[in-house]
Design a protein. Structure first.
Length: 256
């Protein structure tokens, strides 16, 4: 227990030291830290399903050969102060990862991989907490199994350091309607978005190489997908029971 407090203190000190390097460069319009935005329909103030001209009018597809539009948020000095001010309520979700809830927002920060969790046993520590938004700070590399399964999450901010989403990480998130992946993500695990019945738009990044087994099964409203050229593997039943899915586009050779 004492060692964990020491580790948390060291992380806080490291964050403050990091602040010295980039905080002076932050302005009201600055976009210096990459955090990809995963938005939900209630956050689309314009009421338009499409985010930009890069998307197909029917879906979250992206134009081939172009990076997805990046809706970056800035990790400001105030964000850092908020993280540090919640030091007393930090809890662990990885050997070097901490989390806390601010209002209805779950914030995860630190470095490395998140722990894997279970569906009914060894569940995520925020399982019974009330939140609808998740922010991953830069430094996180992996989202654990069942981390947000059956949660009410509507909006997720993926940091650019995340390379893998674990199995069942977001399965049956019924409030999630749109996903925009971060640009460095390489793998989406099996059943990661299984049963997200209201998910319509899924914007793939241009570094993704693998989509896992039953990854999008029972995403009944998903209607069009354009795969990135980097994609190498689509596991069996990845898009099973996607009743609204009418079009798939991929120029690259896919290995099933």
């Amino acid at each position: 227990m004492k060692s964990r407090k020491v580790l948390a203190t060291l992380i806080a000190i490291l964050m403050m030291c990091t602040a010295v390097n980039f905080v002076p460069a932050i302005t009201a319009s600055a976009k210096t830290v990459n955090h990809q935005v995963v938005s939900a329909s209630d956050e689309d103030d314009s009421g338009d399903e499409d985010d930009s001209g890069d998307e197909d009018s029917n879906s979250g597809a992206i134009d081939e050969g172009e990076d997805p539009v990046e809706n970056d948020t800035v990790y400001t000095e105030n964000d850092m102060k908020t993280d540090l001010s919640n030091f007393s309520v930090y809890q662990y979700c990885g050997d070097s990862l901490l989390w806390y809830i601010n209002g209805t927002t779950l914030i995860i920060f630190g470095s490395g991989k998140m722990y894997d969790y279970g569906e009914t046993e060894n569940t995520a520590p925020w399982k019974d907490r009330n939140f609808d938004k998740v922010i991953f700070r830069n430094g996180i590399e992996y989202i654990g199994k069942y981390a947000f399964s059956n949660s009410g999450v509507k909006s997720i901010t993926f940091s650019s350091t995340i390379t893998e989403i674990g199995s069942n990480a977001f399965d049956h998130c019924m409030n999630l309607t749109k996903v925009h992946l971060n640009k460095n993500l390489d793998k989406i695990g099996s059943q990661a978005f299984l049963g997200c019945a209201y998910l319509k738009n899924f914007i793939f990044n241009n570094t993704l190489s693998e989509i896992g087994y039953q990854c999008f099964e029972e995403c009944y409203r998903l209607n069009y997908i354009r795969f990135p050229k980097t994609l190498q593997t689509i596991a069996p039943n990845a898009f099973a029971k996607c009743k609204a899915l009418k079009s798939l586009y991929c120029k690259n050779k896919i290995i099933n």
